[in-house]
Design a protein around this ligand. Structure first.
Ligand code: 5AD
Length: 395
């Protein structure tokens, strides 16, 4: 199993290398590895070269991939031909600008403690009926190691806003992971100081997942009532992190009570304005132990419309199929999203015993799935659509 095709270094100009994949050239940063040179075989993810590999390993992987890669590509092109409606147009744009590559990232939820009290969220601090857990460094390292063995190269480390993990501890986690594994790390730990994020960057993290949740300021303040949580503060932070060099994954909740269609259009625009590398729009799902218990979820159509519109307005973005979408509509829903402009997936690799405790909303997709089973289902789905689980899409 592999989630990236090895490429060959064609050129190096300062921090940027040109990588050749079956004749297709892509750029990637080289600052995460030492002594790279022209002719090296490398794995890159999210626009970063992660590691060099031997000629032999490259040959083996390419032998497996070369044949199916072109077959998949042809299937994808066929499915994207002759678009007739909004979703098909979005899919054709995705095909033209991004090709058939589909990121498959792993997510590890390492703590469900949270100091925030967001109305929609099941792990809000006000939910006193939830059992809380925290993973220590050895457990986190073991989870990353297990997932690396399964072929993952990009990880999202997510938690509630848990100040047990001091800045020092977060930096330590990043350092320890990067010392052992050549993986691309996205931090999803909420609002922290710029200094903390700078230190995590220096330790080797290169991405941040931080949704702004809604671009409607009034709705934001209503949904996030504790300690003056301001939308501006959050979007400013995201802007600064982008400036710092982080890849940004951001977006919003679709279907929050009180949200309008105009709000959703603004959400798409805000995501683009924040320079997101990956867009993440997921349905709101109500949780019975929150103030929004019983509120209705949006329709699949609303989510697909959002994805398709986001794609049409942002041909070069990666657009995620969220776990919340898969929770409501399963892999059939994921398939529809992939055919309406989406081109990224996440697989939950949190240790099984903790997965159900990361209860942001009920019955999360993947909670009871064995990781290998989940991978197989995702790969089967991608292949049926002519998509390759690779990360070639950074230009
Ligand atoms: N439904 C859907 N998504 C939710 N999140 C939190 N609570 C819910 C819910 N009830 C999302 C938030 C957060 C991400 C980690 O989980 O958008 O950014």
């Amino acid at each position: 199993m592999c989630y990236a095709i090895p490429g060959k270094v064609d050129e190096i100009n300062g921090r940027v290398a040109v990588i050749d994949y079956f004749g297709e050239k892509r750029k990637a940063y080289v600052d995460l590895i030492d002594d790279i040179k022209i002719g090296d075989n490398v794995f890159a993810q999210g626009g970063f070269v992660l590691r060099k590999i031997s000629d032999e390993e490259a040959r083996e992987t390419l032998k497996i991939w070369k044949e199916i890669f072109f077959k998949l590509d042809a299937q994808d092109k066929k499915l994207a031909r002759d678009p007739k409606n909004l979703y098909e147009r979005a899919n054709a744009i995705r095909q033209k600008h991004q090709g058939n590559s589909c990121c498959v990232h792993a997510i590890i939820e390492f703590s469900n403690y949270c100091r925030c009290d967001c109305l929609y969220c099941g792990i809000r601090r006000g939910n006193t009926s939830l059992n809380r857990y925290r993973m220590e460094i050895p457990e986190i390292l073991a989870a990353v190691g297990d997932a690396v063995k399964l072929g993952f190269q990009a990880f999202i480390l997510q938690s509630g806003e848990d100040i047990y993990y001091t800045d020092d501890l977060l930096v330590e986690i990043v350092k320890e992971i990067r010392k052992k594994y050549s993986v691309l790390l996205f931090m999803s730990v909420g609002e922290r100081s710029l200094d903390a994020y700078r230190r995590m960057y220096d330790a080797g993290a290169r991405g941040v997942l931080l949704r702004f949740e809604t671009s409607n300021e009034k709705l934001y303040e209503k949904m996030k009532p504790n300690d003056g949580n301001l939308l501006n503060r959050r979007t400013n932070l995201i802007r600064c992190l982008r400036e710092m060099g982080y890849l940004i994954v951001t977006g919003s909740l679709i279907g929050l009570p009180g949200q309008t269609a105009a709000d959703i259009m603004k959400d798409i625009k805000m995501t683009a304005d924040l320079g997101a590398e990956m867009f993440s729009f997921g349905p709101f799902i109500s949780h019975s132990d929150t103030p929004l218990a019983g509120a209705k979820a949006p329709t699949l159509k609303k989510i697909l419309d959002t994805i398709a519109q986001a794609r049409i307005m942002n041909p070069d973005a990666k657009i995620l199929v969220t776990t919340a979408l898969e929770t409501l509509w399963g892999l059939d829903g994921a398939k529809e999203a992939l055919m309406a402009g989406a081109n990224s997936l996440m697989i939950n690799v949190t240790p099984q015993k903790y997965r159900k405790l990361y209860d942001i909303y009920p019955k999360r997709f993947g909670t009871d799935l064995d990781v290998q089973e989940h991978i197989n289902a995702a790969i089967d789905l991608l292949k049926s659509l002519g998509r390759a689980p690779t990360d070639l899409s950074v230009s």
